[in-house]
Ligand binder design. Structure first.
Ligand SMILES: [Zn+2]
Length: 316
């Protein structure tokens, strides 16, 4: 039986941090538009600084976190919503996920030599230059006994927001408009974004014609395009105030905000269970000279150490 997390005293310290108003959902009354304003706040800094990535990789990772937070908040699911990007650029793998309760985590794998080469030529590379060519997948994972919903598209566009919009235009039915930002501020790393989705018109108070719906969607995206990084990442500017600035003439209705949190689900018990799935030879091979097997959580950048003698394979 697995040790419940709260009894798992050997779990290394990870931040117990919640950002109460991390995601602010809203819709435009009578228009085919709903959206989420995302602001990770101090959580950005806590998540990014657990790793030793270059600032350009942090900027990309922060935007990936804002994206999964903004997309997950619109879905009805229990489990994890994840973004995976695998390309042939210096960032070889980027994974970010968000649970139904707003728990966020990420990891990135980089080819340091390739990254240094790129940075010598291009000190401020685009997301595309970091990722190269490859694919991007969005997955809803609701546990081992359920189907995983997955959509995969080629990496297209210069930045992560464009890649996400490309994903929605090719693999989903509805249009999506995405703005993402991440930067180092006086208060540390900050990331955020705005996601607009075009929904079927039945949500409004009156039935709008197709031309009206097209015009409303276009107006909303034009207004959203006026957003600046400074506004999105300004912790002192209330999300509702910012949304009001953009959409006050468009029937803005702000819904209850949702919390975001530091959210890795790694635990000593879970990793021990993974080790018990290996056979004796594999375990002996993994064992270091000091008699320990080290398992690293790539999300938290934490090493868990298990004495080899304490691990018994399930199938001896
Ligand atoms: Zn972890």
């Amino acid at each position: 039986m697995e040790t419940p997390a709260f009894l798992d005293r050997d779990r290394p310290d990870v931040p117990d941090l919640v950002v109460p108003g991390g995601v602010t959902p809203f819709y435009l009354q009578g228009r085919p538009v709903r959206g989420r304003l995302v602001r990770l706040g101090v959580l950005t800094d806590v998540l990014l600084t657990r790793h030793d990535h270059h600032a350009v990789v942090n900027r990309l990772a922060g935007k990936a976190l804002a994206l999964v937070a903004g997309l997950a908040a619109a879905l009805k699911f229990q489990g994890a919503f994840s973004l995976q990007i695998k390309g042939d650029g210096p960032v070889t793998m980027l994974v970010a996920d968000c649970t139904d309760t707003g728990a966020l985590r990420f990891y990135a794998r980089t080819d340091e030599d390739a990254l240094n080469t790129l940075l010598q030529e291009t000190p401020n590379p685009t997301d595309r230059e970091l990722l190269g060519d490859g694919y991007m997948a969005l997955t809803v994972d609701q546990g081992p006994d359920t189907d995983r919903h997955q959509g995969i598209v080629d990496i297209a566009g210069d930045d992560l927001a464009a890649m996400a919009m490309h994903y929605f235009s090719t693999s989903e039915q509805h249009a999506c408009w995405v703005y993402l930002c991440c930067t180092m501020t006086d208060a540390g790393w900050r990331a955020g974004g705005l996601v607009l989705e075009r929904i079927a018109g039945e949500g409004g108070t009156h039935v709008v014609g197709q031309d009206d719906a097209d015009a409303s969607w276009e107006t909303a995206t034009i207004l959203a395009s006026t957003l600046s990084t400074r506004e999105v990442l300004d912790d002192t500017l209330a999300p509702a105030t910012l949304l009001h600035r953009l959409f006050h003439e468009e029937g803005l209705h702000v819904s209850h905000p949702r919390a975001l949190a530091y959210g890795c689900r790694c635990s000593r018990a879970r990793l021990a269970s993974v080790l018990e799935g290996f056979d004796t030879d594999d375990l002996d091979h993994m064992c270091q000279d000091d008699g320990l097997i080290v398992m690293t959580c790539e999300f938290c950048n934490i090493d868990f150490r298990f004495p080899r003698k304490d691990i018994a394979p399930r199938t001896a």
